[in-house]
Design a protein around this ligand. Structure first.
Ligand code: ZN
Length: 907
């Protein structure tokens, strides 16, 4: 979400030297200005990641108060760094302080021991230079912050260094920093110097890099989780952003309602306290413009700020204004004199009142209004450095309290885990064993303690195999376990009793066992078991290759890993088919959709052995060709539409398809408009990001960037020409797969004889901005192979399909009207594509549709189609109303996409 654009660009402005001065007091390390040749925050200037890397290496070499560590690699292979800054004495005893921090956070020591440890320990504070790369100031300010905390000799800074271990991750998304820096420099001096690049600023996930902190799909998230939840357990985590409302300068805590009830109230109150300390410092340093309660709620889990809440940590996000090195004027005449709290379709709470304008009046959560005017890049830099020092000071001033508090909250969680649901059991040997393992690993990465059974055991009336996973919820981070494994019920937050509900800030439901189709049992009573605590994360248990294989092998379709195995075999030139019916071999029944691999001898055998070992899938030897009919598969040639608007859903799709061996080719607007698409089996059009409305989202594919808003090359979208090329591709036999609002694009442009039943619904009548919905799957259709009959789907402002009624008409892109009503005493107007072959593969359930999250008007989609195949010419369109791969979370629905792609290769 970005700032409401209240800015006017300065046409010509002299470069003004930055007012920001670093008090180095003659310390030895060079200042960032000396190292870079300009002060970070100077107009029009950005340091590169390489310059920063050398600066941090130099700072660590020259200062005994700074240590530099490599903590991982980015998606594109850049090194991720962590600086540890503290007094020389503290750095000499880091292991001891880390151990104290861990023992207090884990809450297992008794109160007396905890008090002794807290007295000895140091407050641990994480601050980062942000991960949203188009928010340019935070990556640039960290050299100043590091230098200042390491070298300033004020009484305050000495006290901070003595009391605090400061963990500084200077740049969380170095790939993005470089993508945006290069774009900015290439556009500098043109009308587009303040535009965002026409690509995602995280190679795969763009802005969603801050939606990945419980799944940890991306390497950057994994690296951070390791430090925060498994090594250092900071009591305070401060994550930088830049999307302040245009009339203010920085958004600080307190945040907005609702609060997730599983979060310890000590977190919320502690957070409010740190927010007040920040606001107080801005006031006394004469920095007007700090505002609180601007819509960032305390409900959602999954962001860098919010995951800490479920670990009893204070999670802070600030949103600072002015995100570009180009100077701007913020005209107070367009500021909202009155700040009105109303539901905002964008999800963020404050909406300005258009009727009144001028600098807002002071209010409790905006006590020092900013008068607006000319603004330079040094200002957000200064706000971020000052905000960071305010947080460090708050940590230092109340060191003992923060250390004691995290221990008390951990103890409360342990006590809560002694009643109610005490254990969560993830049975071994389930159909989605691969995803059960992924679930265990992401919980381990989040600092959860998990045991693995050495022997079979009984619990809650069930029998469990050795190898099953046991989570005793009597542990300090219990809120994280409960929140991720149990259903969410988002509260109905009406702004007034008769009014509209306030929509969730982000998604409202994310329950992982539902999304990942992993069985997790909840057990209240204690039971006996023999298990070993898992250290680190778990690897794959090798699968088996059973029986002799004179003909070949059978591979179940039930796990996602089996799809990966099938693609590896296809890529190696092996013969792989789907069985079109179930078949029996001896006593074993193989379901329809089973992969049948015809062996070419020793090479095939060796490949199968390797896949069983590496992916943990089981193969069954077949001595003769199965009795069932088989459909041969090829490795699909997949095109993935890549808009210059840079949809995150495209990045997630690309990541997923690469992970599973589908190796998609990216298709730009020009590629689609002018290219020959006939080499492809399938084209995927991802959901155009946006939460404003289904209509606007549909338009983004066709229209793209508006003319004049970006360099010519990047404007225009697919256009009618592109839509026509896609229609030709399908008519000639290709498969088009569309997600969410992209389905609306296909329906409208191809004149498909279906409609999205909620396309025109007002938000009051129908709103599901991010919940898990119950569906039934036709598992006899090839597109439903390997699925469970009932599946949770991830619905984010999605669609529900219905065949057009008898009188329904649709216009195609050539403005030809297709009507189902024919021959009222005359001849049919236009031959209507047969609608009898509208195959619904997935339907929203008839009742209890909402599984987790929040929904208004869900009855409008009950029983409607959630995923359908519509024949079109010689090809077909496969429309998804939900998002089968949303943020890499709903692993239970990946197969619906994979099947659509494999089916496209069957002749
Ligand atoms: Zn951001």
């Amino acid at each position: 979400m970005h700032t409401a654009d209240l800015t006017v660009r300065l046409q010509a402005i002299a470069v003004i030297a930055s007012m920001f001065v670093v008090a180095t007091a003659g310390a030895e390390p060079r200042t960032p200005a000396e190292a870079f040749g300009f002060q970070p925050g100077d107009d029009y200037k950005l340091a590169s990641y390489e310059q920063m890397e050398s600066y941090y290496q130099e700072l660590a070499a020259d200062s005994d108060r700074v240590q530099l560590r490599e903590i991982g690699e980015s998606a594109l292979g850049r090194t991720l760094y962590l600086l540890t800054i503290s007094s020389e004495e503290n750095l000499a005893n880091l292991d001891r302080y880390r151990d104290i921090s861990k023992r207090l956070a884990r809450g297992r020591v008794d109160t007396e021991t905890a008090d002794v440890l807290a007295n000895e320990g140091k407050a641990v504070v994480w601050i980062d230079g942000g991960l949203h790369a188009t928010e340019l100031a935070h990556g640039q300010m960290t050299p100043l912050l590091a230098h200042r905390v390491a070298t300033e000799e004020s009484a305050e800074m000495r006290q901070i260094r003595d009391n605090v271990i400061f963990l500084l991750m200077p740049v969380m998304n170095p790939d993005g920093l470089e993508i945006v820096r290069k774009w900015y420099e290439s556009q500098l001096g043109t009308p587009f110097e303040q535009t965002n690049p026409p690509e995602l600023y995280h190679h795969y996930v763009g802005h969603d890099n801050n939606r990945d902190f419980f799944m940890n799909n991306m390497p950057e998230s994994k690296a951070v989780a390791q430090v925060v939840y498994n090594e250092w357990y900071p009591q305070i985590v401060y994550n930088q952003h830049q999307s302040s409302p245009g009339y203010a300068r920085i958004v600080i805590p307190p945040y907005s309602d609702p609060v997730n009830p599983i979060i310890h109230p000590g977190v919320t109150t502690g957070l409010n306290e740190v927010g007040s300390a920040m606001g107080n410092r801005f006031a006394l340093e004469k920095m007007p413009g700090a505002i609180a309660d601007v819509g960032f709620s305390m409900w959602w889990n999954g962001g860098m700020r919010t995951v800490p809440y479920f670990h009893n940590m204070i999670g802070i996000l600030t949103e600072t204004g002015h995100d570009s090195p180009s100077p701007r004027i913020y005209d107070p005449k367009v500021f909202p004199k009155m700040l009105a709290y109303r539901a905002n379709p964008g999800g963020v709470g404050i909406v300005v009142d258009e009727e009144t304008s001028g600098v807002p009046d002071a209010r409790v959560l905006y006590p020092y209004p900013w008068p607006g005017g000319e603004s330079h890049f040094s200002e957000p830099v200064n706000f971020m450095v000052t905000g960071s020092i305010a947080v460090l000071r708050a940590a230092s001033d109340s060191r003992l309290k923060w250390l004691t508090n995290i221990h008390r909250m951990g103890q409360d969680a342990i006590a809560a885990g002694m009643s109610g649901t005490r254990y969560y059991i993830i049975p071994g040997g389930q159909p989605h064993d691969d995803e059960a393992r992924n679930l265990v690993n992401l919980l381990l990465e989040g600092g959860i303690e998990i045991e693995r059974a050495n022997q079979p055991f009984r619990a809650g009336g069930n029998r469990y195999a050795a190898g099953s996973f046991i989570i005793n919820s009597a542990q300090a981070f219990r809120p994280y376990i409960v929140d991720l494994l149990e259903k969410q019920t988002y509260p109905d937050t009406r702004l007034d009793p008769s009014g509209e509900s306030k929509p969730p800030y982000d998604i409202a439901g994310w329950t992982l066992p539902m999304q990942m189709a992993v069985d997790v049992d909840f057990v209240s009573d204690a039971f006996d078991y023999d298990a070993t605590r898992i250290d680190g994360v778990i690897g794959v248990d090798a699968g088996e290759v059973r029986g002799s294989a004179n003909f070949g092998y059978a591979l179940s379709h039930a796990s996602n890993a089996s799809i990966k195995a099938a693609n590896r075999l296809l890529g190696d030139g092996e013969s792989v088919a789907w069985s079109n019916e179930s078949f029996r071999v001896g006593r074993t029944t193989f379901d329809a959709g089973t992969f049948v691999i015809e062996s070419a001898g020793d090479e095939t055998a060796a490949r199968v052995e390797t896949l069983a070992r590496e992916l943990g899938v089981d193969f069954s030897g077949l001595n003769r060709r199965p009795s069932a009919s088989l459909s041969s598969l090829r490795l699909p040639r997949v095109g993935l539409y890549k808009s210059y608007v840079a949809f995150m859903d495209e990045g997630w799709s690309r990541w997923l398809l690469e992970e599973y061996g589908f190796g998609p080719v990216s298709l730009t607007d020009e590629d689609v408009r002018s290219g020959d698409l006939s080499e492809l089996d399938a084209i995927v059009i991802p959901h155009p990001d946006g939460r404003a409305s289904y209509r606007d989202d549909v338009g983004k594919i066709l229209i793209g960037h508006a003319p004049g808003s970006m360099p010519d090359r990047y404007v225009g979208g697919l256009g009618l020409e592109g839509a026509f090329a896609l229609q030709t591709f399908v008519r000639d036999g290709g498969t088009l797969v569309t997600f969410g609002a992209a389905s609306g694009f296909a329906i409208e442009q191809f004149g498909l004889p279906i409609r999205n039943t909620v396309a025109g619904a007002s938000r009051k009548d129908f709103s599901i901005p991010g919940s898990l919905l119950r569906t039934t799957v036709d598992t006899t259709d090839p597109l439903g192979y390997g699925m469970q009959r009932e599946a949770a789907v991830n619905f984010v402002n999605g669609a529900a399909f219905d065949v057009l009624g008898q009188a329904g008409c649709v216009d195609d892109l050539l403005n030809q009207r297709h009507c189902r009503e024919v021959s009222r005493g005359g001849r049919p107007l236009v031959e209507m594509p047969s609608v009898s072959r509208f195959d619904s593969i997935v339907n929203y359930a008839a009742e209890d549709v909402l599984m987790s999250g929040w929904a208004t008007g869900i009855e409008h989609i009950a029983t409607k189609s959630a995923m359908a195949r519509i024949p079109h010419g010689d090809g077909e369109v496969i429309v998804f109303g939900f998002r089968p791969q949303f943020r890499g979370q709903p692993r239970g629905t990946y197969k619906l996409l994979f099947n659509a792609l494999h089916a496209a290769t069957i002749d």
